[in-house]
Design a protein around this ligand. Sequence first.
Ligand code: NAD
Ligand code: MG
Length: 388
Amino acid sequence: MSKKTNIAILGSTGSIGTQALEVISQNPDIFQVEILTANTNADLLIKQAIKYSPNTVVIIDELKYEYVKNTLFDHDIKVYTGKDALNYVVSFSTIDTVLSAIVGFAGLESTIAAIKTGKRIALANKESLVVAGKIITDLSKQYNAPIIPVDSEHSAIFQCLVGEDTSSVKNIYLTASGGPFRHKSLSELNNVTLSDALNHPKWNMGNKITIDSATLMNKGLEAIEAKYLFNLKPEQIEIVVHPESIIHSMVKFNDGSVKAQIGNPDMRVPIKYAFTFPYRIGTEFNNFDIFAHSSLHFEKPDLEKFPALNIALNVMKTGGNATCVLNAANEIAVNAFLNNKIKFTQISTLVEEALTRVDFIKEPTLNNLFETDKTTREISLKIIKEKL
Ligand code: NAD
Ligand code: MG
C-alpha cells in the first residue's frame, strides 16, 4: 500500500467506531481519518476531531451543531448536521473506505449512499443487510463497491473463503458465544434484569447488540447477514454455540475440509482486516496463546429457550420484507427493554406478534422497505401499549 488509506467512520463514537480509531492510532503511517460522525455525543466527537484532524465531522443532532461548530472554530474541520449530511459527506472523492458503524436501520441510507460512490465498504452495520440484503449486494456489484464484513463471524467466513471457489462451499458454521444466559432455565429467563442482560461474557459492545446477544437474536440477524453476503441458502447456515469464542466461524467445503478462523475475541482484528484486505498488517495488541485454550466446546443452540433465534431463522427462509419487519420490531423491543418498559422474554413475543401484523411483500423495493420499517415501528409500539 503506497498512499495512506483515507477512512470515513460513520458512527465514530460507538463501540466499533472507537475501536476503529484505536486501529488507526496504531497505524498512523497507513491510515488517515477523513470523516467522523456521531448521533448525539458531541463531546466525544469533538475530542476525536481534535485528536484525528479529519476533513469533516457530522453531528446528526441539530441542537448540538452550534456547540460543535463553535468548539472546533480554530481547527480546519468542516462541520455538518442532520441526517442527510451523512449521504452527502460519504460521496467526497477523498475517501477510500467507509466504515459503516451506525447501529440499526438508521445506518441503511448512508451505507447505500456510500456504495453508490463505488468506495470500499467496511460493513459493521449488520441491520442494513438484514433489512435490504438483496438490494445492497446488487448495488455493491453494480457500483463496484466491495463490501468487506466487520462482524467477526462474517470476517472469519470471508477470510476462510479467500482463494476458494465459492461453488465448493457446502455449508458454514456460524459460531455464537451463547450470551450471558446460556445456563439459565426457561423460567429463570422470565426474571432476568437489564443489568444481567448487559453483562456479556466475551464481548464489550454497544447496548443494542449486547441485548441482541442475550436473546440470541444477534445470531439470527447474523444468519440473515451471512445469507446475503455469501449468497447462501438458509439450509447451508448452521449455528454452533461455542462458549470459548475463539473460533469466529468456519466454512465446510464439498471435499470434507473445514476451515476455521481463530483468534482472541477482539473487534480490532476484523476492523483492521476490512481496512487492509487483501493485505495484513502487524499489530501491537492481541497476543493469541493457543495453550490458553486446552479444550473447545460446541453445542446446538436451544431454540426453545431462545425463541428470538428461532423466529429469525424462520424469517430468513421467508425473505421479502419479513426481515425488515423482524429488524424494526426487534429495535423497538430492545429499546423498550433498555428503558424498562418490557421484560426480557417479551422481546421475542413482541417481534413474533409484529410479524403477523405487517403485510408481506415478496420482492420489496427500497421504498417498500422504508414504509415497512415505519409501519412495523408503529405497530410494535401499539402492541407494547395494548398488550405488554
Ligand atoms: P454503539 O451503540 O456503540 O454505537 C453506535 C454509533 O452509531 C454511535 O457512534 C452513534 O452516535 C451512532 N448512531 C446511533 N444512532 C444513530 C442515528 N440514528 N443516526 C446516526 N448515527 C447514529 O453500537 P456498536 O456496538 O458500535 O454497533 C455498531 C454496529 O456494528 C451495529 O450494527 C452492530 O450490530 C455492529 N457490530 C458491533 C459489534 C461490536 O462489538 N460492538 C460487533 C459486530 C457488529
Ligand atoms: Mg458478530
